[in-house]
Design a protein around this ligand. Structure first.
Ligand SMILES: Nc1ncnc2c1ncn2[C@@H]1O[C@H](COP(=O)(O)OP(=O)(O)OP(=O)(O)O)[C@@H](O)[C@H]1O
Length: 379
């Protein structure tokens, strides 16, 4: 099938970029269309840096070409954001970037127990396998699990000299530098943290630590949308947030709140996307069979509904749980379908970080000084 440029342009004239009156061709958003056989490359330039609008425009272009021109067309959309327009819309940067740390990615979940820490651990080792320098800050004050998941329960961060200062050296496992609130508590003791105490401990793990050069610092947040989340967002210029959810309705309702927390005007942390954990159950002996125990595609539909990227499905399999319990994240098992699933999810996260960094300036560590900021989050 040979596609005609004219037919593609005609189809593109039927859609608009969100928030713009004219169609994509007339508004000048489409800057070039090239066809080769059944392949189409569409170049677009958008005036808005908003990730969800870019994503929507990309999806709309693909959809309209498939619907109106050729359903099997191989479509590639290159989106550029006009820098001048992008700068006008974003706030001034006044946060404290952490020297040496390029990207800070927060991993959150609305509901507890959906596999946020498991996903973070596997994301971390997959990034490390891909050659990135990775750190993991386990900020889950209610149930720090990184020490178990990385088999470093008995280790403690050592003190090292950096210049004249004494700094905490993260514990390293599988190529990931780790600091966890669990290194400072007794495993069998219930620790009740007051907000300011927890914030102080976290601040030390962030700023009094010798993280060195990192491409990614993943922050495993506690479940929910509470005080501690605010403390972290006040302290850290977070590049973006990933929200983990299962497809189940109760988890989705909380994931929606999680996304809303990051998108609050007073917080404005870009949401890189949603990961669907426990998307389906696959028994080890019947790897082709999928059972949708918690419902099908709930988190995927939520991502679409909220106009945020969908970052991938992870199955519910016994080996993920076992690997977590023995302290060797499942993504380290090579040549398995699971490794592939973790790699795909990780590639999507990296791609969204790249997209985000191309379209927005660094996030500022937010300043919340009034109770209004807090109550807004608890809505
Ligand atoms: N895809 C999966 N397949 C099998 N087991 C999983 C999967 N994801 C998570 N688990 C298991 O589910 C349990 C909860 O996972 P995890 O501790 O990662 O959740 P969490 O959301 O971080 O919980 P918390 O609310 O305590 O922070 C663990 O036992 C973990 O091994």
């Amino acid at each position: 099938m040979k596609l005609e440029k004219e037919a593609i342009l005609k189809a593109l004239k039927t859609i608009t970029v969100a928030g713009e009156g004219k169609n994509m061709v007339e508004s000048g958003a489409i800057t070039n269309v090239i066809t080769f056989g059944d392949e189409v490359v569409v170049d677009m330039t958008l005036a808005t840096p908003a990730l969800h609008i870019r994503k929507r425009a990309e999806v709309d272009v693909m959809k309209v070409i498939h619907e109106k021109v050729y359903e099997k067309a191989k479509v590639k959309v290159n989106v550029k954001v006009e820098a001048a327009a992008a700068k006008a819309e974003v706030p001034k940067i006044k946060g404290n970037p952490i020297p040496g740390i390029k990207n800070i990615v927060a991993v959150a979940s609305g509901k507890g127990g959906v596999g946020k820490s498991t996903v973070t651990a596997n994301l971390a080792v997959t990034l490390a396998k891909m050659g990135f320098k990775v750190g993991l800050l386990d900020a889950d004050i209610y149930g720090p699990s990184a020490p178990i998941m990385f088999d470093v329960e008995r280790e403690r961060p050592l003190s090292v000299k950096v210049g004249n200062a004494s700094k905490m050296k993260p514990v390293e496992s599988y190529g990931v530098k780790i600091l966890s609130i669990g290194f400072f508590t007794q495993p069998d003791q219930a620790v009740v943290w007051r907000g300011p105490m927890a914030a102080k401990a976290l601040n030390q793990m962030i700023f009094d630590a010798a993280w060195g050069e990192l491409d990614f610092l993943l922050v495993d947040l506690p479940p929910g949308t509470g005080d501690i989340h605010l403390s972290i967002m006040q302290s850290l210029p977070i590049t973006g947030a990933v929200v983990v959810s299962t497809p189940q309705n109760v988890a989705l309702a909380d994931a929606r709140k999680g996304v809303a927390m990051f998108q609050q005007e007073s917080i404005s942390v870009p949401v890189l996307g949603i990961i669907q954990n426990m998307a389906y159950f696959t028994p080890e002996e019947l790897p082709e069979n999928k059972y949708y125990l918690f419902g099908k595609d709930g988190a995927k539909n939520l991502a679409e509904d909220l106009n945020v990227p969908f970052l991938g499905d992870l199955p519910l399999v016994q080996s993920i749980r076992e690997a977590g319990d023995v302290g060797r994240p499942a993504a380290l098992q090579t040549a398995t379908p699971l490794e592939k699933a973790f790699e795909e999810m990780t590639r999507n996260v990296v791609q969204e970080v790249v997209n985000r960094n191309e379209s927005l300036p660094p996030t500022e560590a937010i300043k919340i000084t009034t109770m209004a900021g807090c109550s807004a989050v608890k809505k």
